[in-house]
Design a protein around this ligand. Structure first.
Ligand code: SF4
Length: 501
């Protein structure tokens, strides 16, 4: 992974606090595996600790690369050819790392890797067979290199750094050859974070989350859009999602710059008291007394139970639920303006609507940049501007993983240029959720047309309802969502442990 312009074949140069490198710069420069990733949510993108982030910023990497300054996986940037993603520290012209001297421990270790064993009860050191150099290296030399690295990992300062940043330990990978268990590191991590296996949420966990949500009984035609894994997964670049099994329930945790919280109550078919109590114990351990410890997206039917268990339950912005047929017909006076805008768009523009393909990704990116600029010129509410900046990494995940996430995407082109896109998903057979919509604001009626066509397609495929999610507390968004006349505002609650006054 790390590449430098200095040639160090066969020589281990050990700068202070750095690990020895086995792979030569010459080999690295000829290889196209490291520092480049097919998708923006790659689990293998490097993790930077707080100190390493400071070093990277001093080395010229932009602040936006790090969603959490206390430690985070880096936000990847699109490759200039539109194919795949790069670490923002990677110089594609020279194939070199721009911060080689300050590259993170994660990269210094590579092609060795820290990971959990399959049962998630031992930290292991392994070597990654994805590294072409390692496939040719003699096993004896790999083992000798691993021994040197293990001795360094046993140094208290390096071990403490790993314990403070458990995301440096990846999940089990079959293509990583195990070299040795690391019992002292395992004990140290368990001492800090508890012995409950905490799993980083990846694309592979979507079926597990879906099954748990199906069993929860919360998902119905008039349920919150949050009862789909997709709703959460797209933020996996910005937040770090983790899951753990507690008393037969699947508990999802999100790690934000403010601290840890549960984006959903414990998910399962049984009572929530035992898993909730265990989950809150973990939040207390990770957050201390911080008020950030909370459970979001609590359904109305669980509110009495949360209150009985002593939680303070408050309302947050509800989801807007519409009758699909209303949004397709746009009949009557109450939809007069939306109908007029749709008609105007169809009358004035020469356009083509199509399903989204991953090859549209580059055009979507250009549109999102232009749309964000338009929004800023219109002096978007400041909170809205923040949401927009945060949303960029979520859009990247949507464009890249639409098929894996079973997202339904549509694009509209005007004179061949992509001018609008939208994505949504089926919450149930009767409810289609509109996850996001971006439309060039210089074409009157384009957004209204795209929304109506999305609803038309969903209606034809069996949708009774359209869930347009919440308004994030933005007055402008609230007005436009209200103007479509929801049939139900689905209540959404946040529960937090009651605090003594
Ligand atoms: S920090 Fe440097 S070595 Fe690590 S992934 Fe980025 S470019 Fe590669």
């Amino acid at each position: 992974m790390p590449v430098d312009t200095d040639e160090q074949v066969g020589v281990f140069v050990i700068p202070p606090s750095a690990l020895p490198q086995l792979v030569s710069s010459r080999a690295c420069l000829q290889c196209d595996v490291c520092c480049r990733f097919p998708d923006p949510d790659s689990a293998l993108r490097p993790y930077f600790t707080e100190n390493e982030i400071a070093g990277a910023l001093a080395g010229g990497i932009e602040e936006t690369a790090f969603p959490d300054r206390r430690g985070s996986q880096v936000i990847l940037v699109p490759a200039s050819d539109g194919e795949g993603y790069l670490c923002p520290a990677f110089d594609a012209t020279s194939s070199a790392c721009r911060i080689y001297a300050q590259r993170p421990l994660d990269c210094q270790l590579y092609p060795l890797a820290l990971m959990w064993d399959e049962r998630h009860d031992q930290v292991l050191l392994g070597w990654d067979t994805k590294c072409p150099f390692m496939r040719e290296e003699v096993p004896g030399e790999i083992q000798r290199h691993a021994d040197r690295v293990m001795a360094l990992l046993d140094q208290p300062d390096i071990r403490d750094e790993i314990v403070a940043h458990p995301r440096l330990i990846g999940r089990f990978q079959e293509d990583v050859v195990v070299l040795s268990p690391l019992p002292r590191l395992t004990v140290a991590v368990a001492g800090q974070w508890g012995s409950t296996p905490l799993h980083r949420c990846t694309l592979d966990d979507i079926p597990r989350l879906t099954t748990a949500l199906d069993r929860s009984g919360w998902r119905g035609a008039q349920s919150l859009a949050a009862y789909s894994p997709v709703y959460h997964y797209i933020w996996n670049g910005l937040l770090a999602y983790w899951w753990v099994e507690l008393h037969g329930a699947l508990c999802l945790f999100a790690q934000s710059p403010d601290g840890w919280f549960m984006p959903l109550p414990p998910i399962g078919a049984g009572p929530i008291d035992a898993p909730l109590s265990a989950a809150m114990g973990l939040l207390r351990c990770w957050n201390g007394d911080s008020p950030v410890s909370r459970v979001e997206n609590v359904p109305a039917q669980l509110v009495p139970e949360f209150e009985r268990l002593g939680y303070r339950v408050t309302l947050k912005e509800p989801d807007y639920l519409y009758r699909a047929a209303d949004l397709v017909s746009l009949a009557g006076d109450r939809y007069k303006s939306q109908r007029a805008l749709c008609n105007r768009f169809e009358r004035e523009q020469s356009f083509k609507a199509d399903i989204y393909r991953v090859s549209d990704r580059q055009d979507c990116r250009a549109l999102l940049a232009e749309w964000s600029r338009q929004k800023h010129v219109e002096e978007l509410e400041s909170f809205g501007a923040m949401l927009l900046a945060d949303a960029a990494s979520a859009h990247e995940i949507v464009w890249s993983q639409a098929s894996a996430l079973r997202l339904v995407g549509r694009v509209v082109r005007i004179h061949g240029r992509l001018c609008a896109y939208t994505f949504g998903y089926w919450l149930t057979n009767a409810t289609f959720c509109v996850l996001l919509e971006v439309a060039d604001r210089t074409y009157p009626g384009l957004a209204q047309y795209l929304f109506r066509e999305t609803c038309r397609t969903a209606l034809a495929e069996g949708a009774e309802y359209i869930n347009a999610m919440d308004d994030a507390g933005l007055p402008g968004l609230r007005a436009s969502k209200q103007a479509y006349h929801p049939v139900v505002m689905i209540p959404n609650f946040v529960a937090a442990p009651a605090r003594e006054s």
